[in-house]
Design a protein around this ligand. Structure first.
Ligand code: ADP
Length: 255
């Protein structure tokens, strides 16, 4: 499959009064349509910076991002961004939260609102649409945040530690659940996580970054034999531990 995005030799430094912090150096990789990529690396190495560059929130100081859509067009993929916390607003109902992106972008068309209603139904939230976010469980809040992101019909989803505010057990189920929904929607996804098990269980490919300034240390394709489609199936796959150990080795042995 063709790469829809191609990062070439990306470099980025932060500049402030105390000097320069080089965050990224010579980062190159491609992203194929429909692919799930996990980015792992030591804390502070530059993962969020890289995601912000892909999102277009920061411009790379060095290097380029090339776009090759399957239809030959060169427009940048529409991007949805999900952050560590769900960032739902308590003073708005669930419905007014999930339609917030549409409202801000002046896209409250009947078709888009119908699509939101379908997602609310599919994700089991239609009965909660008039509730406030604090009446929802952690998993339901993440689902609401996902609907808000999907309402704008992004092609590429960028997730920055989206499950880190959840307790461990909820996290296992919610991460598998959200990724199943994103796959079903046919989207491409790049997720940052510090949880190596999460990376192995969710991703088709894992990009391992070095300590700052981050360079790509290694890229690993993940192939798991899944017994069923339960949230725990990937973690019980016979290959799981090998991938986990390999990531652990890469991250604990710098250089
Ligand atoms: P990660 O997501 O891997 O934890 P970040 O991309 O957030 O890493 O940050 C990479 C490095 O850049 C860190 O050392 C961080 O302190 C520094 N950094 C991040 N944002 C800024 C900023 N706005 N100004 C200066 N330095 C920053």
């Amino acid at each position: 499959m063709q790469n829809i995005l191609e990062l070439k030799n990306i470099g980025y430094s932060y500049h402030n009064l105390h000097g320069e912090t080089k965050a990224l150096q010579d980062i190159s990789f491609g992203v194929r349509e429909g692919e799930f990529i996990a980015i792992v690396g030591p804390s502070g190495c530059g993962k969020s910076t890289l995601l912000s560059i892909i999102a277009g929130l920061l411009s790379p100081e060095e290097g380029t991002i090339a776009v090759n859509n399957p239809d030959g067009s060169l427009h940048y993929p529409k991007i949805g961004y999900m952050l560590q916390r769900d960032h739902l607003f308590e003073w708005r109902t669930v419905y007014r939260n999930v339609t917030l992106g549409l409202e801000l972008n002046h896209k409250m068309t009947p078709e888009r609102l119908e699509a939101v209603d379908r997602l609310l139904k599919d994700y089991g939230l239609d009965k909660f649409k008039d509730k406030r976010p604090d009446e929802l469980s952690g998993g339901m809040k993440q689902r609401a945040a996902l609907i808000r992101t999907l309402a704008l019909e992004p092609q590429l989803l960028l997730l920055d530690e989206p499950f880190s505010a959840l307790d461990y057990q909820t996290r296992l189920f919610v991460s598998a659940d959200i990724c199943r929904l994103i796959r079903a929607a046919g989207k491409t996804m790049i997720i940052i996580t510090h949880d190596l098990s999460e990376a192995v269980s969710l991703a088709d490919r894992i990009i391992i970054l070095s300590g700052r300034p981050a360079v790509v240390k290694r890229q690993v394709d993940v192939h798991l034999t899944l017994a069923d489609d339960s949230p725990l199936a990937a973690r019980n796959a016979p290959e799981f531990q090998q991938y986990f150990n390999m990531l652990w080795e890469e991250l604990t042995h710098e250089n």
